[in-house]
Design a protein around this ligand. Structure first.
Ligand code: NAI
Length: 243
C-alpha cells in the first residue's frame, strides 16, 4: 500500500478526475478527505469508495469556509500528508463576449481557490516537515485556447503558483508539482459538441482521450515517496498532444 496511513485531501473529489484520485488513494491505504461544493454527489462518491473516505463540504473560493474545513479535518485526523488541488470550473466564451463576471468566477475558483486551500494546508505540513501537493492544471495553461482566456489564465497561474510554492517549501520536505491533463473524459468535456471532440482527437498522437484513472495514476506517484526528488514540475498527461 503506497499511501498506507497517509491522510489525503482531494478538492473537487465528488466527480470526474477528483473522484478517481480519491478512489485510487483509498485503495492504496490513504484516509481520503473528499472535499467538494456538491454535497449530494460527494457523499455518494464517498459511499462508493468505502470507509476510508470522508466527505467535507467546501467552497474553495470562500476563505472562511476553507479555514474552517481544514481545521475540522486536522481535528479529525490530526494531520494532512497529501493535498490534491483538483476542484475547477470552466466558463467558455470568446473574449469579446466575456464579462468581468465570467472572468472572475473562473479565476476565483481555479486560481484563488487553489491558493486559499494550499495556504491553510501548508500551515500543518510545515510543522510536520512533510507534504506532497499536486495541483491539477491543464495543457490549456501552457498552449492557450480560443474561447478559454479565463480558464487558460487560471491554469497558467496555477503552474506559476506551483513553482513558487515548490521553491518556498522545498526545505520543509514538501514537494509541489502540477499535472497538466489534455482531454480527459469527464462531465466537463461531455458537454462539448462532437465536432469539437473530433478536432481535439486529431491533435492527439495516441488517438484516444484520457480517462480519470490515467490522471489518478500520476497523482498517486506524485503523492508518494517514490517521487521525493521531484518538485516544481508540470507534467503533461495528454497522449502526446503537447510536446
Ligand atoms: P468535474 O466537473 O467532473 O469535477 C470538478 C469538481 O470540482 C466537481 O465535483 C465540482 O463540484 C467541484 N467544484 C467546482 N467548484 C468548486 C468549488 N468552488 N469548491 C469545491 N469544489 C468545487 O470536472 P473534471 O474534468 O473532473 O475536472 C477536474 C479538474 O481537472 C479541474 O480543475 C479541471 O480544470 C481539470 N482538467 C480537466 C480536464 C478534462 O479534460 N476533463 C483537462 C485538464 C484539466
Amino acid at each position: 500500500m503506497i499511501l498506507d496511513s497517509h491522510v489525503a485531501l482531494v478538492t473537487g473529489g465528488a466527480s470526474g478526475i477528483g473522484a478517481a484520485i480519491a478512489k485510487k488513494f483509498s485503495s492504496e491505504g490513504a484516509n481520503v478527505c473528499l472535499c467538494d461544493i456538491d454535497s449530494e454527489i460527494g457523499k455518494k462518491t464517498c459511499q462508493n469508495i468505502g470507509e476510508r473516505a470522508q466527505f467535507y463540504h467546501i467552497d474553495i473560493s470562500d476563505e472562511d469556509a476553507v479555514r474552517a474545513t481544514i481545521e475540522k479535518i486536522v481535528q479529525d485526523y490530526s494531520k494532512i500528508d497529501v493535498l490534491v488541488n483538483n476542484a475547477g470550473i470552466a466558463s467558455d466564451k470568446l473574449l469579446l463576449r466575456m464579462t468581468k463576471d465570467d472572468w472572475g468566477r473562473v479565476i476565483t475558483t481555479n486560481l484563488t481557490g487553489t491558493f486559499l486551500v494550499t495556504r491553510e494546508v501548508i500551515k500543518h505540513m510545515v510543522k510536520q516537515r512533510y507534504g506532497r501537493i499536486v495541483n491539477i492544471a491543464s495543457v490549456i495553461g501552457l498552449i492557450g485556447n480560443a474561447g478559454q482566456a479565463n480558464y487558460a489564465a487560471s491554469k497558467a497561474g496555477i503552474i506559476g503558483f506551483t513553482k513558487s510554492c515548490a521553491k518556498e517549501l522545498a526545505a520543509r520536505n514538501i514537494t509541489v508539482n502540477a499535472i497538466a491533463p489534455g482531454f480527459i473524459e469527464t462531465r466537463m468535456t461531455a458537454v462539448l459538441p462532437d465536432q469539437v471532440k473530433q478536432s481535439y482527437l486529431k491533435l492527439i498522437p495516441m488517438k484516444r482521450f484520457g480517462n480519470p484513472d490515467d490522471v489518478a495514476a500520476l497523482a498517486l506517484f506524485l503523492s508518494s515517496d517514490q517521487s521525493s526528488y521531484i518538485t516544481g514540475q508540470t507534467i503533461c498527461l495528454d497522449g502526446g498532444m503537447v510536446m
